[in-house]
Design a protein around this ligand. Structure first.
Ligand code: SAM
Ligand code: SF4
Length: 326
């Protein structure tokens, strides 16, 4: 069991398959030229499986594949299928541009729920936000997933002045479609030019929702990172991931493995432990995992306080989101 000094048991592993991506979301990639990791630095498919098995033997019962964009990796189909045999809940977070190529692999691996990132319902805004014109294919792939019976959660990073005017449009989408919108508070990472006044908070999002709708809170599960709501009569739901304005660290059960095989015990942790190097040199991996979990900070990687308005990003030490695995 992977328990930390704050009595949190870690059962949920997020594995980044690559830091490469076919989109260029400004809040995720550093603005300056970014060099993707060379192939040999990435965990290979068999190494991913070996490491995943060590975590599963310690009680991990849910694995999420992420990145970068997990579905741009050439051997992703084999990775999905091999992890599907571990008997844990397997999920994926993807930008949705390549889902149609891998839908049968997702089905075969027993994936039931897919998170798709889509920050806007306007084609031109999509191109501005991602610097690529892939809006239609993402929308079509959401349709495909719904038609094939997947649970579809749509991740929307809300940034003031960019897409906050679309909050009601996203909620309107839940009227007839079983989509689950998850508004995410904009978070600071290396090179993403985060400013506290660009953040739209959970409370503000809820207030905007209530200008048009009667909103009912839904029950949250113990480890949920989001606050869930349903508009009376709507088929789908919406939720807010309030990492910045109301963090949920006390019930955190997550561990992250970066594409280069480093364990990060928190999204905001500065410390990393190199599991891939250990695996390649024959060193025992489990003691390294346990040590990392035991060193997990109580809140927010120990890097900033709960008052996000006081964050000075020049003092944060972290990777950019694309290199962590969101
Ligand atoms: N490429 C995939 C995708 O976009 O879904 C998976 C990786 S992406 C890093 C995972 C999630 O992190 C996405 O939903 C993305 O919107 C979110 N994300 C990235 N940067 C963020 C930031 N600065 N604040 C909040 N969420 C962020
Ligand atoms: Fe790529 Fe996802 Fe980051 Fe956008 S959020 S740049 S799609 S990894």
């Amino acid at each position: 069991m992977l328990k930390d000094t704050h009595q949190r048991i870690h059962t949920y592993l997020r594995i980044s398959l690559t830091d490469n991506c076919n989109l260029r979301c400004f809040y995720c990639m550093p603005e300056e030229e970014y060099a993707f990791m060379p192939q040999q630095r990435l965990m290979q498919a068999d190494e991913i499986l070996q490491l995943a098995k060590i975590f599963v033997a310690q009680g991990v019962n849910k694995i999420r594949l992420t990145g970068g964009e997990p579905l741009v990796r050439k051997d992703v189909a084999a990775i999905i299928r091999s992890l599907g045999e571990l008997g844990v809940e397997l999920t994926i977070t993807t930008n949705g541009t390549r889902v149609h190529h891998f839908i049968e692999d997702l089905v075969a691996a027993g994936v039931r729920s897919v998170n798709i990132s889509l920050d806007t319902l306007q084609e031109d805004t999509f191109t501005i936000l991602t610097r690529r014109n892939q809006f239609r294919v993402v929308k079509d792939n959401i349709r495909l997933l719904l038609d094939r019976g997947f649970t579809v959660k749509v991740n929307v990073v809300v940034v003031k002045g960019l897409n906050d005017r679309e909050i009601l449009d996203f909620i309107a989408w839940t009227q007839d479609e079983p989509v689950h919108i998850r508004f995410i508070e904009f978070m600071p990472f290396d090179g993403n030019k985060w400013q506290s006044d660009k953040l739209v908070t959970w409370k503000e999002i809820l207030e905007i929702a209530q200008t048009r709708y009667v909103v009912q809170p839904l029950e949250n599960a113990v480890h949920d990172t989001c606050k869930k709501y349903r508009v009376d009569g709507h088929t789908g739901t919406f939720a807010v991931i309030s990492t910045m304005s109301a963090p949920f660290c006390s019930s955190c059960n997550r561990i992250r493995l970066t594409a280069d095989g480093k364990i990060k015990n928190c999204l905001f942790s500065e410390e990393e432990t190199d599991l891939l190097q250990a695996l390649r040199t024959g060193e025992e991996v489990l003691p390294l995992i346990e040590k990392s979990i035991l060193s997990k900070h109580k809140e927010l990687g120990g890097q900033f306080s709960k008052d996000f308005t006081t964050i000075d990003t020049s003092h944060l030490h972290n990777r950019s989101m694309i290199a962590i695995g969101g």
